[in-house]
Design a protein around this ligand. Structure first.
Ligand SMILES: [Zn+2]
Length: 657
């Protein structure tokens, strides 16, 4: 058990902005900090950190709490695990009450695997520095690569002995369970039941998770031997998932946030060399080709990835696909090609660290253009192969989620490839359509194009646009200065996580003007539109006040005056009109005005949206032949659909889709 005093010291020391800042890129917003929520997928930040109260809160998914909660949630830690992590983060020594010799056994399995890996790391490091074999083979290899003792210690590098079961025997003798030796993959059980070591005669690279704990190992064999793989990694376990791990992320995350860029390299030694050279924002995918999960992990810290390649052309072409994945996740990719077969590691050793930084900065190329240029070199003037190249390049552009960026690339590539832009666009539309179909797994896209959705039927929708506009003007003229009440839930500043119902009042004219005018809606009826504009103008001076109707009547021309007089006549009353509009019982008097105002505005908007949707459907159908960007149109269409659904929700219309 962790002593109460230690817990208090930890809680006193932690600063929420620092703890969260290790994982999330935060930007200052007033006294608070704002970032992209690590707990749900979002594009606009709603994750709020309050350094004064030492708490965080996501207004998107609702998660919130203090630093301990954050670490528990983010790292999937138990309460004591989170405290241990924070103690380490703030250099606080943990005092345990009643140290329990059985504790190692009692902790859960994950914790046991962590503990065993940490033990293995210490053994391997000790063997590197102290064993004859370790010094002769392992240490001389690291020295040859120019790694300093500091670097070796930072990355906790080590050496595994070449005997069959040196590690297994030692670990068992020191009380570690065979079960966990197997589960971490450090050892393998033979058919005769004996344990032997997975890693033998290898230099060892521990793989750390985000919080710096060892989750697995990579081992490189140094002897020339055809039978064994040059690199060997720990197998998947409870704590090590290859597709979600990045080598070096623990050492890189701070620099990635600060520099807003992440270098992606191929080998463990590239990571270490660059880090030693002072280039710390660097990671490698460990033991797999790049996965979407790894890219999303980087995406928590930055939207910019620079891939550093060694100059081996075959290797580059093999990895081009992986880079499409980065684009698909909406990140920006640049590539740097090292010259003459050098990798980042060897280049840094030859030329020194500052020239490596210069080289990267001078040679970082935009990926799409890099790929186009690279393939173009291959194709030369062979027309058949050029057609294949165009499809390939367009496929890559198709992975980019941002339509504006896509269109920029289409322009640039059309120049590079010397091909008309509309040919690329039409090819792009074909590919996007297939990609979207694959991604959503439904034929929805085609349905959108062919199925006309029946508009929701309500009596108010049967009213002509003119009648709707007239109704809104009448509400403005008769009730412009009346206040209507709205309720809103806002977070209690005194008690985070608790919500208060707040009432606020808005004048009828302000509500209508803001809803109608700010959406850029113009009335079709010319006189109604002139009246609407008078209210919009007046709202600019004082949003809650409306023009004096008597003066309007005196000062306006005949057509406006006629309308005003008509609308002010007593034959229009709220309840009469309510019955006409909705054919239902008249509700309570105090609710009536607000509902009338809201409904009249939203029914009008509903009609406008339905019309826009119909136009949009038509444009989608013709996008292919007109050479328009299909995806941009589709995104707009989907936006309109969402607006329609929101309006329907407010109006209480059931949408049967
Ligand atoms: Zn969230």
């Amino acid at each position: 058990m962790i002593a109460r005093e230690t817990i208090d010291r930890i809680l006193d020391a932690v600063r929420i902005d620092e703890v969260v800042g290790d994982f999330v890129q935060l930007k200052k917003r007033g006294t608070n900090l704002l970032g992209l929520c690590p707990f749900h997928n979002e594009k606009t930040p709603s994750f709020n950190v309050n350094p004064v109260r030492n708490i965080y809160k996501c207004f998107g998914c609702g998660k919130g709490g203090d630093a301990v909660n954050f670490v528990m949630e983010h790292e999937h830690y138990s309460y004591p695990e989170a405290l241990r992590y924070l103690a380490k983060r703030y250099n606080i020594e943990i005092e345990e009450t009643a140290p329990d010799p059985q504790e190692a056994q009692l902790r859960d399995e994950r914790e046991s695997l962590y503990i065993l890996n940490s033990y293995a790391q210490r053994v391997f490091s000790e063997q590197l520095f102290e064993d004859e074999e370790g010094r002769a083979i392992g240490m001389s290899y690291f020295r040859e690569r120019g790694f300093t003792e500091d670097t070796i210690k930072t990355f906790q590098l080590g050496f595994s002995r070449s005997d069959w079961s040196a590690f297994a025997e030692r670990a068992v003798k020191e009380g570690y369970k065979e079960e966990y030796l197997e589960k971490t993959g450090l050892c393998i059980r033979k058919d005769n039941g004996k344990l032997f070591d997975r890693f033998r005669g290898r230099v060892m690279f521990p793989i750390h998770n985000l919080s710096g704990r060892v989750i697995g190992f990579g081992g490189r064999v140094l002897k020339k031997d055809d039978k064994t793989a040059k690199y060997l990694n720990s197998p998947e376990s409870e704590i090590y998932h290859k597709s979600k791990s990045l080598y070096g992320i623990y050492f890189a995350k701070k620099a990635i946030v600060q520099l807003d860029n992440c270098y992606l390299v191929e080998g463990y030694t590239d990571v270490i060399s660059l880090h030693q050279a002072g280039i710390e924002n660097v990671v490698a995918s460990s033991g797999t080709s790049l996965t979407s999960e790894q890219i999303r992990l980087i995406g928590r810290y930055t939207k910019n990835i620079t891939v550093l390649y060694d100059g081996d052309a075959a290797g580059i072409k093999a990895s081009l696909r992986g880079i499409d994945l980065i684009l698909e996740e909406g990140l920006n990719v640049k590539v740097v090609l090292f010259p003459d077969g050098d990798d980042p590691d060897s280049y840094t050793r030859k030329h020194g660290s500052s020239s490596t930084v210069d080289f990267i900065e001078a040679n970082a190329k935009d990926f799409v253009l890099f790929k186009t240029g690279l393939l173009l070199d291959d194709v030369k003037n062979d027309p058949v192969r050029k057609a294949g190249l165009i499809r390939d390049v367009v496929e890559t552009i198709g992975h980019i989620p941002d339509p504006i960026l896509r269109s920029t690339y289409t322009k640039q590539c059309s120049a590079l490839l010397d091909i008309q832009e509309n040919i690329l666009v039409s090819e792009l539309n074909k590919i996007r359509r297939n990609q979207l179909k694959k991604e959503t797994g439904t034929p929805e896209i085609d349905e959108l194009l062919t199925v006309t959705i029946a508009p929701p039927q309500t009596p108010a929708d049967d009213l002509s646009t003119e009648a709707q506009e007239q109704h809104i003007i009448r509400l403005l003229v008769q009730y412009g200065d009346e206040l209507i009440e709205f309720k809103e839930n806002t977070e209690d500043p005194e008690r985070p996580g608790h919500f208060l119902e707040q009432k606020y009042h808005v004048s009828v004219s302000r509500f209508i003007v803001e809803e109608i005018a700010h959406d850029g809606i113009e009335f079709e009826h010319p006189v109604y539109n002139r009246l609407l504009r008078l209210y919009v103008e007046s709202a600019k001076a004082n949003p809650d006040a409306s023009p004096d109707v008597d003066r309007l009547i005196q000062e306006s021309d005949a057509s406006v005056r006629e309308v005003l007089v008509e609308l002010l006549s007593p034959r229009y009353t709220l309840s009469d009109n309510w019955a006409i509009m909705h054919q239902i019982e008249v509700p309570l008097e105090e609710n009536l005005l607000r509902q009338q105002v809201e409904q009249s505005v939203y029914h009008l908007k509903n009609k406008k949206v339905m019309r826009l949707l119909e136009e949009s459907r038509q444009r989608l159908k013709e996008a292919h032949t007109n050479g328009e960007d299909f995806t941009a149109l589709l995104e707009r269409h989907q936006h309109l659909e969402r607006v329609k659904q929101e309006i329907s929700r407010i109006l209480g219309i059931d949408v049967l889709r």
